[in-house]
Design a protein around this ligand. Structure first.
Ligand code: SF4
Length: 588
């Protein structure tokens, strides 16, 4: 096996989640973004691509994915077996702070002289505090670190001091923390090679190393993710990708885009390596309708399912263009609340009728699926409002005659408000109470026995208890609604409801245990609860099957229903479905 120069590790949120006694709740199977536990950030693909273009061998090792997929996976042995010049670890989502620091410590145990570099959004926010941890040598700040990482690798190869490397936080031999000036953020994403995202890296492929798969479920429901932009034009209060956060953390005043043609190339390139659905992260209408139309034109007749985000309602003409160009297309719409005032409070001021029109247009144009995401833990939102959102989902489904392509989801903001977001930086002005400030507080919070206690916020309208109650009750109610509209069998909805009751009880018991003064008794009682906690974690209340795209399911449900399909394309889909069914049969 050829030794890589740089190993990029992706840690699980909690190390080692297989051993800890923690009720993960929605963090275990449904979080927004939906990959926070085992998905590595898109920047890993660009970093790997950039370094390989410049002669370095890079390997991405997704420890979280391996640990999820294989309960016996030896993460420490794997780290011990690697001998790179440096290790990189992403700390993009703050939810990874415990895992990232634990993995950095393991690296130092086996490789005390090998530098460890942390990077990502949360690392950028906490770069100075990170330098207090002896397992961290460097922090790269900002969202455009490709050149800085290359310079750091060159300086490490040549044994030079890193004083000239932009965006780097580091310590002198005397222990003085140095903060090099930030490099300006990239203005365009066209020079980046994201292919490390879907092909791993050359070295991974040659060695047959499987660690580069972006997340555990990839092997069962493959899809690729392509990055359209860095930054966003919107100002959603709770979002770490918002315009406010991008300015705060990365010095970015405007998003950087991949050109529509390059983005389309990415999808084809990904499809070449991984047959499956493609997800475009970011709203293609955000950079104007001309951008969206150029992208659709460049995509041509892309054969697999393509899923788009829509951050706001879109005109029917555009949806029509998309439907005509692509045989299978799906939408993800973060609607957040049924109440337009709440949406206005978070920075998405559009009406319900506007988004309902978009849904209607998409369904009538034959879209394979429209997913609506609703959020718990927003300004101006209380428990009753969350349950009203669930009632709205029922009304919406009734209005669309129980069309199974319309899929609503409700889940809390968790576990943390994003650093850099308005809610995190100015909680009082936005209706939040921030419960943890430091990195160490967040790290410890992740090890508390229930997800409710890990939340780093409450709102003026909901305590953490209210948020947890709303999360479970809305999940139970939504399961009943799914059954009512025939999406799931009634028995399955009953099971969800039973799991909700169990989860409520378990959470109350954990609360009692946490109130114990006697640490030994606390640990013993918690250990006794572990089998039930593990069972609750496995229940998949937020339905992990739905947090990824199952192209085969979608294809089967829509292949006969699409009014806009040409007969040639319909025939092609039927042949393709038959062929895939035959392949599935052969595999099994
Ligand atoms: S639309 Fe809002 S939630 Fe989505 S990326 Fe932009 S700022 Fe974040």
């Amino acid at each position: 096996m050829t030794s890589p120069n740089l190993v990029l590790l992706h840690a699980p949120s909690i190390y080692d989640f297989r051993q800890e006694t923690v009720l993960y709740g929605p963090l275990g199977d449904f979080v927004l973004p939906p990959f926070a536990l085992d998905r590595y950030p898109l920047t890993y693909g660009a970093l790997a691509g950039h370094l390989e273009q410049n002669g370095y061998r890079v390997r991405i090792v997704n420890l979280a994915r391996h640990m999820l997929a294989d309960p016996g996976f030896d993460a420490e042995g794997t780290i011990a077996s690697l001998e790179p010049l440096a290790f990189g670890i992403d700390l993009h989502w703050l939810a990874h702070v415990q895992g990232a620091l634990a993995v950095a410590q393991i690296v130092k145990t086996f490789h005390p002289d090998t530098p460890v570099v942390l990077m990502g959004q949360a690392a950028t926010h906490y770069h100075r505090e990170l330098m207090n941890y002896p397992q961290v040598d460097y922090v790269l700040r900002g969202d455009s670190t490709e050149n800085a990482l290359l310079s750091l690798m060159q300086s490490m190869s040549q044994g030079q001091m890193p004083g000239q490397i932009p965006s780097l936080t580091w310590s002198t031999r005397e222990g003085q923390v140095m903060e090099n000036p930030m490099a300006p953020p990239s203005e365009s994403l066209d020079d980046l090679d994201f292919s490390g995202e879907w092909r791993g890296t050359d070295s991974s492929v040659e060695d047959g190393w499987p660690g580069c798969v972006p997340f555990a479920r990839q092997t069962h429901a493959p899809f690729s993710v392509s990055a359209m932009a860095r930054g966003c034009t919107h100002h959603c209060t709770h979002c770490g990708t918002s315009a406010h956060a991008a300015r705060q953390l990365n010095g970015r005043s405007t998003p950087a885009y991949r050109s529509p043609e390059r983005l389309a190339e990415d999808l084809y390139d990904a499809q070449h390596h991984r047959d499956g659905a493609a997800y475009v992260a970011g709203d293609i209408t955000q950079n104007g309708m001309d951008y969206a139309r150029r992208f659709i034109r460049a995509l041509g007749e892309f054969p697999d399912l393509v899923c788009f985000d829509l951050f706001q309602p879109a005109p029917r003409e555009l949806l029509d263009d998309v439907a005509r160009a692509l045989p299978q297309v799906a939408l993800e719409i973060p609607m957040d609340s049924h109440d337009p005032h709440i949406r206005e409070a978070i920075g998405r001021p559009y009406s319900n009728s506007a988004v309902e029109k978009t849904i209607e247009d998409a369904l009538s144009l034959g879209y394979a699926q429209v997913r609506l995401y609703f959020t718990i833990g927003l300004p101006c939102q209380d428990y009753d409002s969350v349950m009203d959102t669930v009632a709205y989902c029922d009304e919406l489904l009734t209005g669309f005659n129980g069309d199974g392509r319309l899929q609503p989801f409700v889940a809390p903001l968790m576990p943390f408000l994003d650093p850099g977001s308005l809610a995190f930086e100015e909680p009082e002005q936005t209706g939040y109470r921030l419960l943890f400030r430091t990195l160490e507080e967040h790290r410890r919070a992740l090890l508390t026995p229930s997800w409710k206690h890990a939340l780093n916020y409450e709102t003026v309208w909901m305590s953490r208890d209210d948020i947890a109650r709303a999360a479970y009750d809305s999940t139970g109610a939504l399961a009943q609604i799914r059954a009512k509209h025939g999406f799931v069998p009634a028995g399955q909805a009953r099971k969800v409801q039973e799991s909700v009751v169990q989860a409520h009880r378990l959470m109350a018991e954990i609360d009692q245990v946490m109130a114990l003064d006697d640490t030994e008794r606390l640990q013993d009682t918690l250990s006794a609860l572990k089998p039930r906690i593990d069972a609750a974690n496995r229940a998949g209340l937020w339905n992990q099957r739905l947090s990824t795209w199952r192209q085969d399911d979608i294809r089967r449900s829509t292949v006969d229903d699409r009014p806009a399909l040409s007969s040639v394309r319909r025939a092609w889909l039927v042949v393709r479905e038959w062929w895939q069914g035959r392949s599935d049969h052969q595999v099994s």
